[in-house]
Structure formats: structure tokens, C-alpha cells
Design a binder for this molecule. Structure first.
Ligand code: ATP
Ligand code: MG
Length: 392
């Protein structure tokens, strides 16, 4: 069985002087991901590569799955690590490696040796040729193809000797923690978990705020959002989720403002409150799952009206995605099944039959005047009574 993984990363390799910051963040995130499973992995950085090595028992599938949730990883290579006991032993072990890892011994291959330790008695060309020969002797149905092989047998001569031939895909992206922090407006829908995931993929730490409207939205709806936060946090790491009781604000707007403007005005208050928590958490921007044209509140005019209250940048990673494209991503990250559970959302409870699709900002501001100081008191109350849930 494999006792180690070589972890490949791409983009962070090009960050010049800051490279070590990216690598260290990736090492930390790999450690954290593997700590969640049994196996006592030791994670180290060596010559621009990251290794996770264990002497203990562990579940292979579980380890691969954990690593496939760490942004910054492009490839996961299950690897056999040997003591260097000379070339004959290496040849024997390489043959054994193929024996153990390939059911059908009928494919084309090439050996790609890398000699990082120059005092090894053979150079890499010699290793390629000699090892290739030994493999052919052991498995007569194999063929060498140096241009387009089915399998590349990598052999690295370092302090240890590493053998690997399989590269499982990682999630790509940048290590979380290397690009600041965002506050995600997380609803129970399909779009916002995907938006949070996409932003985290670029290295951003994500915290979240959920607007809850009891008794119009149930405890189950809240639990669904917590479950979604847990799913995203498998990728993003620990997350603070703020659950804001939005009922009073929503009812008050419903009482005082024209119903066709309700959604826009409500969304403006959501943004303001989200910004409050973004500041509190030291975030640099807000993240939403808005997508142009999806609903009345997501026309360009509506987005502009909602955006107008924000002083921070608002990131909308799925802005130009079709619903199906968002669904495909939700399926990929594992949030879809939870998102489609049928619990009501605080926005749907009060939606007007004919909401404005081209709100005029002056009209909206005029309607908001009717909310007077009372809304400020409600804002204070909402942020002060918010529940903070630490998602781990
Ligand atoms: P989603 O599938 O993410 O729920 P949606 O298509 O239902 O999106 P809206 O309800 O208009 O769209 O919401 C747009 C965005 O506003 C959401 O993607 C989310 O970022 C934010 N949002 C909406 N409702 C809430 C809520 N109750 N709590 C937190 N954020 C919300
Ligand atoms: Mg929604």
C-alpha cells in the first residue's frame, strides 16, 4: 500500500518572492485536511514539493478525498518510498510496484528518472534505459513508447527513492488563506454555496451570513444552511457563520414600503448587515450568488440598486453563469443535494407578484425614508442578536 503522497501544485509556483507564503499555506491546509482522518500523516515541504507521509494505517480513499478538497493542489500522486539499497533493489521494487498497481499488464510505458542526488552511480538516462529493460523482462506484454505512453513510471532518486505513476486530479486554485477574506451571503439555495466555493478556490477565506426569518422560515431551513456551510468548509476550512434574525426588518419594510419594491429594499438591508459582519471579521468584500436575469432582483438595474448601499466591493462569481452551469458546479462540489431540499427561504415568503425589474434608485430611496430611525434600531438589534456558529 502507499505510505505517501507527492502533492503537485502549479500556479503558486510562479509567485516569485512570496512563493514560500503560498507553499506554507498549502502545507498548513494539507495538514488540516489530513488531521480530519486517521493516519498520522507527516506533511513536509522539500525542494519545491510537498509530501504527505505516514507509517500508520489509514484509509486510502479517505485520504485522497481529503486532499481533493485542498485548493492549490493540482495533482495527487500516491507514491512508494524506498530506502536506497542500490539499483538491483530499485529494479525489483519497481517491478513489484507494477505488479501491485496494474491489473492488466498490457500497456505502453516509459520510465522517467530524476536524479536529485548527483552521487548516485547512474545518471537518469541510464536509469531510464536499464529500468525499462528490467520491466520488459518481467512483463513481456508491456511496450515502451517514449512519445505517448499510457503510463509514465516516475522514479526520483533523492534521500529516499520515490516511485509513482498515477496522478489523481486535485481541485486546482490557490491555497485558502493567501488572498484575504470575504463575507458570503449564504442562503439555502443552489447559487450562493457555489459562489462561496469559487471565491475560496482563489485563496480567499470565507465567512458567511444567513438571514433567518422565524417563524416564516423554519429551523429546518436554518439547519440546511448550516449543512451547506459544512459542505463548503470542507474546502475552505473553518468558517464563522452568522445567523441574523431578519423577521422584524422584513415585516417593517413590508408594512411601510410598496410591495413591488420589497425585495430590493430588503436586499439593500441584507447587504448593509452583511457589510457590518464583513468589517467585524476583517473581510475585504462581500460575496453573493447573484446571476444576471435569474430573477427580478437580479437585472442589471436591480443589482445596481442593491449595490448602491455597499461601500465594500461585492463579488458575484456566478454573475454570468446559466443556471445549469451553476447546478453542474453544485453537483461537483457536493452541495446540490442539500440545496434542493424544499425548505422555504426568507425571500420567497414575502415576494410580490410583480416585483420591479427596473428599480429607480431615487424612488427606492424615497420609499426607504418612511422607514425612519426605527429601521436603524432594528438594524442594531439584528446585528446584536445574531448567532455566531463556528463551522469546523
Ligand atoms: P441562491 O440559490 O443562492 O439562494 P437565488 O437564486 O435564490 O440564490 P436570491 O434569493 O435572489 O437568489 O438571492 C440572491 C443572493 O442573495 C443569494 O445568492 C445569496 O447570496 C443572497 N441571499 C438571498 N437570500 C439570502 C438569505 N436568506 N441569507 C443570506 N443570503 C441570502
Ligand atoms: Mg435564494
Amino acid at each position: 500500500m502507499f505510505q505517501s503522497f507527492l502533492i503537485k501544485y502549479a500556479e503558486i509556483g510562479v509567485k516569485g518572492k512570496n512563493r514560500y507564503l503560498f507553499e506554507n499555506a498549502l502545507v498548513d491546509n494539507v495538514k488540516r485536511a489530513l488531521e480530519r482522518i486517521d493516519g498520522d500523516f507527516e506533511v513536509t515541504k522539500e525542494n519545491g514539493r510537498i509530501y504527505a507521509v505516514t507509517q500508520g494505517d489509514y484509509d486510502y480513499e479517505e485520504a485522497v478525498e481529503a486532499l481533493q478538497h485542498v485548493f492549490g493542489i493540482v495533482g495527487i500522486c500516491p507514491m512508494v518510498q524506498l530506502e536506497d539499497k542500490g539499483f538491483d533493489d530499485l529494479a525489483k521494487q519497481t517491478v513489484q510496484y507494477i505488479e501491485d498497481n496494474y491489473d492488466e499488464k498490457e500497456f505502453t510505458f516509459k520510465v522517467m528518472a530524476r536524479r536529485a542526488r548527483k552521487n548516485y552511480p547512474m545518471d537518469s538516462m541510464e536509469i531510464n534505459a536499464e529500468l525499462g529493460g528490467r520491466i520488459l523482462d518481467a512483463f513481456p506484454k508491456l511496450r515502451v513508447d517514449v512519445h505517448n505512453p499510457d503510463v509514465i513510471i516516475h522514479v526520483e532518486i533523492r534521500n529516499h527513492v520515490n516511485i509513482y505513476s498515477k496522478i489523481l486530479p486535485g481541485p486546482g486554485g490557490m491555497p485558502v488563506g493567501t488572498a484575504g477574506k470575504g463575507m458570503l451571503l449564504l442562503s439555502g439555495g443552489i447559487d450562493s454555496p457555489v459562489a462561496g466555493w469559487m471565491t475560496a478556490k482563489r485563496g480567499v477565506v470565507v465567512d458567511a451570513v444567513y438571514f433567518h426569518a422565524p417563524p416564516y422560515t423554519s429551523e429546518r431551513a436554518k439547519q440546511k444552511v448550516i449543512d451547506l456551510a459544512k459542505i463548503i468548509s470542507k474546502y475552505t476550512g473553518p468558517m464563522n457563520l452568522y445567523v441574523v434574525n431578519f423577521t422584524d426588518i422584513q415585516m417593517y419594510i413590508y408594512d411601510k414600503c410598496p410591495h413591488d419594491e420589497l425585495t430590493i429594499i430588503m436586499r439593500r438591508y441584507m447587504m448593509k448587515i452583511a457589510e457590518y459582519f464583513a468589517r467585524k471579521e476583517g473581510a475585504q468584500g462581500l460575496i453573493t450568488g447573484e446571476s444576471i436575469g435569474q430573477v427580478a432582483s437580479q437585472t442589471m438595474q436591480s443589482l445596481a440598486a442593491t449595490n448602491e448601499v455597499c461601500t465594500m466591493p461585492v463579488f458575484r462569481p456566478v454573475i454570468a453563469f446559466d443556471k445549469q452551469e451553476i447546478i453542474d458546479l453544485a453537483l461537483k462540489i457536493g452541495s446540490y443535494e442539500t440545496s434542493i431540499l424544499p425548505y422555504e427561504d426568507c425571500c420567497t415568503t414575502f415576494v410580490a407578484k410583480h416585483p420591479v425589474t427596473k428599480p429607480n434608485i431615487n424612488v427606492i430611496k424615497n420609499s426607504e425614508k418612511k422607514l425612519s430611525e426605527e429601521i436603524d434600531r432594528m438594524f442594531e438589534e439584528a446585528v446584536n442578536t445574531a448567532e455566531q456558529i463556528k463551522i469546523r
